[in-house]
Structure formats: C-alpha cells, structure tokens
Design a protein around this ligand. Structure first.
Ligand code: VG1
Ligand code: CO
Length: 539
C-alpha cells in the first residue's frame, strides 16, 4: 500500500563534507528525514528494480529512520534492500556491501564523530554504486531537490524485523537483513597476513568508543586474530556512545592515551569513531599523527599481501601534511592533493591512479572500498609490526630519519559565532594577494591562496576549499571552516613545519609549532574575530 504524503520543503538540507548532519531534534521535525530521503531517491534515475544498502552507526534515531528508509525504498521502486542486522553497518562495511552486492548505492545513517543521543547529532549520507560518498554534482542535485519537494512516497502497512537475519517482504520489495560483520571481516582476511599477525605475540588495546566498530573489532581482533579477551574496550554500540564524543583523538580517547603512556602499556593502541571510518594510532609511549600514519603506512604497505606489488599512487587531502608526498617521491609514484572529504578520492581510486588515501582527521584507506576505514588502518599497522618485528616507535623514528619529519597539529575553535567565522575567512580571502613577501615574526610568507581542486579524471572544479599560507622553508598554516558541525561554526587551523633529515627529529610538537601558531593568529586575527584565546581541541 503506497501512500503519497504531501510535505513542505525545508531550506536547510544542504549536505556538508559528509552528508546531511543536524541535531536529532531537527531530524525529529515532521517529514524532515522523509523529505531528504525522497530527494535522494528523486535524483536516482536508475532506482526501478535496483538494490539499495541501508545501515547506520547505531546512534539514537537509527532504527526509526531505517524503518522509514526501507518503507520509502519499497514505495520508490527498489526491488531489494540489504540492511545490516539491528540497523548496524559501519561506513566501510556499508561501502563494501554496496560494491559486493551490485547495489546502485546506499544510505548510511551516521553523524560519525559527532556525539549521539536525543540532544545530540544525527545524519544521513548517500553513497553511490562504487561504494563511495556521492560526488558534489549529486549532493548538489539532492540539495536542489530538497528545496522544491512537495511529496514523498512510503509503504505504511507491514512490519519489518530489523533483528532477524534473512529475507522478508514489504510492499513487493525484498528486505534482506544481513550479518553486518562477516563479509567485512572476510575482506580484511584477504588483504592482510592474519597468520603472521596472530603469531607475532603483540599486545593490543582497541577502544571502540561504544560506537559501531565494537562488533567488527571483537570478531576480527579477538575471534579471528586471537588477541586476548578484553583487547576491545567499550565494544558494545550504544545509542548515546555512553555520553562520550566518539572522536578518536587525544582529547576524546584520553583513557587510551593514558594507558599507552603507562609503564605496562601494550604494544599497540588504537581507536575508531562513531561510524568506524577513522583511526587513532598510538604506540607504546608514542602518538602517531594521522598525517604521519598515512606516510608510514604507505612506505610499508608492501609488507601486507594486498599491497605486495606496490602502490599506484598516494592521495591526501590538502590540509593533511606533506609527509605522504615524500614517500610518493621515494617510491616514484604520483601524489595527489584533494579537498577535505573522502568523496574527492573516489574518482582517483576508480581510475586506478591511487592505492592509498588519507586525511589529517584520522582517516586512512585504500582501494579495497571507497571510504576511509578505521580497522583497515589498524590491521595494516599490525601487519607491518608483525612483518618487521619492530615497535611503533622504531617504525616512526626510522621513517623520520629517512624522510624528515612534518611536525603537525590542528587547532579547532568550536561553536564560534557563524557570522564571526565567516568574517574571519572573508577578511583573510580579501588580503591573500598582499600576503606573499610579508614577514610575520621570523617567518616569511612565500605564497598564499584559496585552494581549488581540478579533478583530472572528470574535469570538475571545486573552489574555496581552504586558505593556505606557505612560509619559506616548507612550513605552512591552513584555515578552513568545518562542514560537519551542527551548531555555530568550527574554525580549523592546520599547522605544519618540516624538519629535514639533518634537523631536529625528536622535538616537542607544540614547541616546534609555536611560532607558526602565533603567525596564524597574526595573519587571520583569530582572537579578534572569535574572542577565543585558545583552541577548544588540539589534535
Ligand atoms: C571532517 C574532517 C574531514 C572528514 C570529515 C568526515 O570534516 O575534517 O577530513 O572527511 O570530517 O569525517 P570537516 O568539514 O568538519 O572538517 V567523518 O569520520 O565525520 O564522516
Ligand atoms: Co566517521
């Protein structure tokens, strides 16, 4: 029984860096989720008779919206939906399922690293047939559609049992409830040397942050790789992530960090985020910045079976440090610089021009799916440790001794008044042309621009992707506004300083970046515009 429900368009359904993210209360407005889902379906010309994947990170509202999405898929001509049991699918597992099932795409319900619960955040992201986030031309079409939509279609009769694995039927459509973990764990087993990892005698602490990776990590690390019970901490996905912020950084994964710097620390510590696509890597007594992790993984990937033949190329987002570029140079493979957000890697991966990609925000992944993949990064690290018999610290120190070190930090100013943040960026953009040649403290500005990306595979151009200020000697600062927040604006300031092999390789990051941090304020007027003297989060 298909019902057509009339509705009124919302004006605020513009997808950001990674889908539509809003407060749960916003999503609870009548027809809010339905409007967005219908807008997605309306731009999919090939949905009749097609397969769609649906799943989410288990946060508050997950089951409610999944039930709606299945009913709307049935009313919009899909012939089959694949849904993770209990509504659970990590983002990389969803990407894998889309690719393996021949689905035309998938709806992933998540606000990723944002907190969950009735007063926190929810999100909906559409991924296309290659398993990756919809490219800008599709998200723009979806947004345009949300502004004119006046009705949606839904099957109201019938029940769906999200917890029962197997086939059900709804309004003539097949609903397949699938084990969310098995196919993903099988894929990991094809990429890495599980026997070597199992036999390496390593001790591991993995913090799932009460988010979606719990069941995946338990199956892979404890069941298949034989790590001790208790290796996976906070392994049960909770609707509110236990009241925590499921963002794997040194602030929100503090407990793990404290464990890793303690006397009896395990060999390897890691954490993932709300939807399982990010990773935090900490060795015994040493935090590896995500930018360094990308570079170190790329430099050693050949030690894992899937990458034994070498890498085709490496891509990183613009604010990510240039450490990976040095590895690409040494390997004599191309390096690409894309805007923030995984959607920009999809074309390069599809074209076979890159094998490994990464972002400074703790996202790393490869051509095995079309999303960043937290557990993949953890397993590649473990494979490298097992193959070399070295510690994380040894891998890091040898890497810096070979390539030099990119000291790196990101300063986030959260919940800034949107008008103030916009004014800061506008003022900065206005003076870009005058910056080169200016001295700020001891630093000389060499170049400054607003990053624009020209996608060489499809000719598309994405402008205004962040302001870069480059200093003589290879240091730089980048400014951009977050596209994933749900209240006010978040200003991100990315600081980077390169020390060559002959330089100081074991210094304190904060000290090494101090002059760049003060230059950032002098250039952008952070205190003046935002009233903030300190960032809220330093990662
Ligand atoms: C942030 C990160 C970006 C990442 C995005 C989605 O975006 O900076 O690198 O791709 O989150 O990650 P922004 O626009 O807030 O800087 V996830 O794990 O939240 O889907
Ligand atoms: Co995420």
């Amino acid at each position: 029984m298909i019902e057509t429900v009339s509705t009124t368009a919302f004006t605020d359904q513009k997808p950001g860096t990674s889908g539509l993210r809003k407060k749960v209360k916003v999503f609870q407005q009548q027809h809010y989720a339905e409007n967005f889902i219908q807008a997605v379906f309306d731009v999919l010309d090939d949905r009749a008779g097609a397969t769609l994947v649906i799943g989410g990170d288990g946060r508050f509202l997950n089951r409610v919206v999944i039930d709606k999405a299945i009913r709307m898929a049935a009313a919009n001509g899909f012939s089959r939906v694949l849904v993770g049991q209990g509504g659970i699918l990590s983002t990389p597992a969803a990407s894998n399922l889309i690719r393996q099932s021949g689905a035309i795409g998938g709806l992933i319900l998540s606000a990723s690293h944002n907190p969950g619960g009735p007063d926190e955040d929810f999100g909906i992201k559409y991924n296309v047939g290659n398993g990756g986030p919809a490219p800008e031309k599709i998200t723009e079409a979806i947004y345009a559609r949300t502004r004119t939509i006046d009705a949606y279609r839904i099957v109201t009769a019938g029940e769906i049992d999200l917890d029962r694995v197997g086939t059900q039927e709804l309004g003539g459509m097949t609903v397949e409830i699938v084990d969310p973990v098995g196919a993903y764990a099988d894929l990991m087993a094809t990429l890495f040397d599980f026997t070597a990892i199992r036999g390496a005698g390593l001790t591991v602490a993995f913090d799932a942050m009460s988010a979606v990776t719990g069941p995946y990590a338990t199956e892979i690390l404890e069941c298949r790789l034989g790590f001790a019970e208790g290796t996976v901490r906070n392994g049960t996905p909770l609707e509110d992530f236990g009241g925590h912020h499921p963002d794997p950084n040194l602030v929100h994964a503090r407990e793990l960090y404290d464990l890793m710097v303690a006397e009896d620390a395990p060999d390897f510590g890691a954490a993932s985020d709300g939807d399982g696509d990010r990773n935090l890597i900490i060795g015994r007594g040493i935090f590896i910045t995500p930018s360094d992790s990308l570079a170190m993984l790329a430099a050693n990937a050949h030690l894992a079976p899937a990458y034994a033949k070498g890498l085709k190329g490496i891509a990183r987002s613009m604010p990510t440090s240039a450490a990976a570029d040095r590895v690409a140079d040494a390997l004599e493979i191309p390096a690409f610089e894309t805007p923030t957000g995984w959607k920009f890697f999809g074309n390069l991966l599809d074209a076979g021009r890159v094998t490994i990609c990464g972002e400074e925000s703790a996202g790393t992944g490869s051509d095995h799916v079309r999303e960043k993949d937290g557990l993949w990064a953890v397993l590649l690290w473990l494979n490298i440790l097992a193959a070399t018999g070295k510690s994380v610290r040894q891998i890091a120190e040898e890497h810096w001794a070979r390539f030099g070190r990119n000291y790196y930090a990101r300063h986030d100013y959260e919940g800034v008044d949107s008008a103030a943040a916009d004014a800061l960026m506008a003022t900065l953009r206005d003076k870009l042309a005058h910056l080169p040649g200016q001295k700020v403290g001891d630093l000389t500005i060499e170049a400054a621009d607003d990053f624009a990306y020209h996608d060489s595979t499809d000719g598309s151009v994405s402008s205004n992707q962040g302001v870069r200020v480059l200093f003589a000697g290879g240091s730089r600062v980048v400014f951009r506004l977050s596209g994933t927040g749900t209240s006010g604006a978040t200003l991100r300031v990315y600081l980077e300083r390169y020390e060559p092999v002959s330089g100081q390789l074991d210094a304190d990051t904060t000290q090494m970046l101090a002059d760049i941090a003060s230059a950032a304020d002098a250039i952008a007027g952070i205190v003046r515009h935002t009233g903030r003297t300190q960032p809220d989060v330093v990662t």
